[in-house]
Ligand binder design. Structure first.
Ligand SMILES: Cc1cc2nc3c(=O)[nH]c(=O)nc-3n(C[C@H](O)[C@H](O)[C@H](O)COP(=O)(O)OP(=O)(O)OC[C@H]3O[C@@H](n4cnc5c(N)ncnc54)[C@H](O)[C@@H]3O)c2cc1C
Length: 418
């Protein structure tokens, strides 16, 4: 059984670690960057309680490593930029366990180390397509250290190559992005706040929102939003200190101490800021004619409002690993059966998460009232949806089956070296 995973990011690294254990699987996980690439060092992530719940269930040891490299995400506080509180939500009210706050580069480091020798670094994909010799199977061609390699007759090809997935583009065309109407600036700054900023907080000035939280070691991640007409470009005029400070001043009174510190810290790093426009893209987990699976950003573009991009990539990978391990333990060796189970387990879940992420963006749209927009988030219907988001992970296997499948594969083969 030949399995190729393209991309060892969040989803790919988790899946590679698990599938490398299956006896009889020839696994190749091809990653473009080198083992010490820190391209994402400048970003922090809040990863939802649902991803940690899923990872603990799949792989307690890996979950412990991820949690050790992070801080717990336990609160969601919302205020106006003058400090007037609007919402104070302990996540324990809507989740079974905390989420995490972590540097993106740290998450990659821990997950890639966990997959050990299963990942082949420095592999640049040249082409991918249907196999010419075996119906339903696929082939990839790639270069590594200047040499070209080809793998043909692939039983299962997994595209975990992120938002601009070459695999998905080849088989079904690049997904059409839908702009949500919000531009977002993100920056990671040294933590000199002396405790003013710690767990996940948001501060509104009209529809403009600051978001911040502390991540280890000693940094604060800050995101600032501007409404922008869907499809319109991010305006250069916003990228100046004067505009940024004016945007987040309260309509009346003084900015709170936390907001003053955030503005100082953000403006000192404006040259380093990452700007993007919020967007989403349709869900597609599998190809119908060839045995190709997508997970994470390649399967669904996600509005970032609820921090569900990496979170759902983790949930996806946990579900896929549990389903394949469960099938493997039962002797089911037909990738199409696995794909059908993954599609059935994940599609509606993703539609719900994407829809909720877009609806929760209401307070950041042009002309929005943050007070009214926050009020409905404190009410029972939204909190029930949050509880469904954070608690009802959709993994596609009954509780006891994952435990049995995990035990079977762990005893059958050693872990790849860390
Ligand atoms: C600035 C920013 C902030 C974010 N904040 C959050 C947050 O707070 N919470 C959250 O949950 N999500 C957040 N996200 C989203 C999150 O980072 C992504 O959703 C997540 O990384 C998706 O995981 P993935 O495994 O699908 O893809 P990725 O993590 O993007 O991994 C894709 C991998 O594929 C490799 N690759 C790509 N093309 C090829 C190729 N042709 N050949 C070989 N390898 C290839 C890449 O090098 C990479 O390692 C944020 C994103 C950005 C940009």
């Amino acid at each position: 059984m030949k399995i190729v995973i393209v991309g060892a990011g969040v989803a790919g690294a988790i899946l590679a670690r698990r599938l490398a254990r299956l006896p009889g699987v020839e696994l190749h996980c091809l990653e473009r960057v080198g083992p010490d690439d820190h391209a994402e060092a400048g970003t922090g992530l809040n990863v939802g309680p649902n991803a940690i719940k899923a990872l603990r269930r799949l792989d307690a040891a890996l979950a412990a490593e991820v949690e050790a490299a992070s801080l717990p995400w336990t609160r969601w506080d919302i205020a106006l930029t003058d400090g007037t509180p609007l919402m104070a939500l302990p996540l324990a009210q809507v989740a079974d366990n905390p989420g995490i706050r972590i540097r993106w580069s740290e998450l990659y480091r821990v997950l890639r180390q966990g997959a050990g020798a299963a990942i082949r670094y420095g592999c640049t994909l040249e082409s991918v397509g249907a196999s010419e010799t075996a119906p339903g199977k696929t082939r990839v061609r790639f270069t590594q250290h200047g040499a070209t390699h080809e793998i043909d007759g692939i039983d299962l090809l997994v595209g975990t190559d992120g938002r601009y997935s070459r695999v998905r583009e080849t088989f079904s065309g690049a997904p059409e992005p839908r702009h949500i109407g919000v531009a977002i600036l993100r920056v990671l700054v040294p933590d000199t706040s002396a405790g003013l900023v710690d767990d996940y907080g948001q501060w509104f000035s009209g529809c403009h929102r600051l978001l911040a939280f502390r991540v280890p070691p000693d940094h604060v991640y800050i995101a600032a939003t501007y409404p922008v007409a869907p499809g319109a470009p991010v305006q250069d005029a916003w990228k100046t200190e004067a505009v940024m400070r004016a945007t987040y001043q309260p309509a009346q009174g003084e900015a709170s101490p936390a907001v003053r510190w955030l503005l100082d810290a953000m403006c000192a790093q404006l040259h380093d800021a990452h700007w993007a426009r919020m967007q989403e893209a349709d869900v597609r987990f599998a190809e119908p004619e060839v045995d190709v699976l997508y997970l994470g950003d390649s399967a669904h573009g996600m509005a970032p409002t609820l921090g569900q991009g990496a979170t759902q990539a983790m949930e996806d990978a946990c579900a896929a690993a549990l389903i394949v391990e469960d099938a493997w333990a039962r002797g089911q060796r037909t990738p199409r059966v696995w794909l059908d189970r993954i599609v059935a387990a994940r599609t509606e879940r993703l539609r719900f998460v994407m829809d909720l992420s877009v609806r929760a963006t209401d307070t950041m749209l042009e002309g929005a009232d943050p007070v009214a927009g926050t009020r409905w988030k404190t009410e029972a219907p939204f909190q029930a949806e949050l509880a469904a988001l954070f608690r009802d992970v959709a993994l596609g296997v009954p509780d006891d089956a994952s435990a049995q499948a995990g035990a079977a594969t762990t005893s059958a083969a050693a872990m790849p070296a860390a």
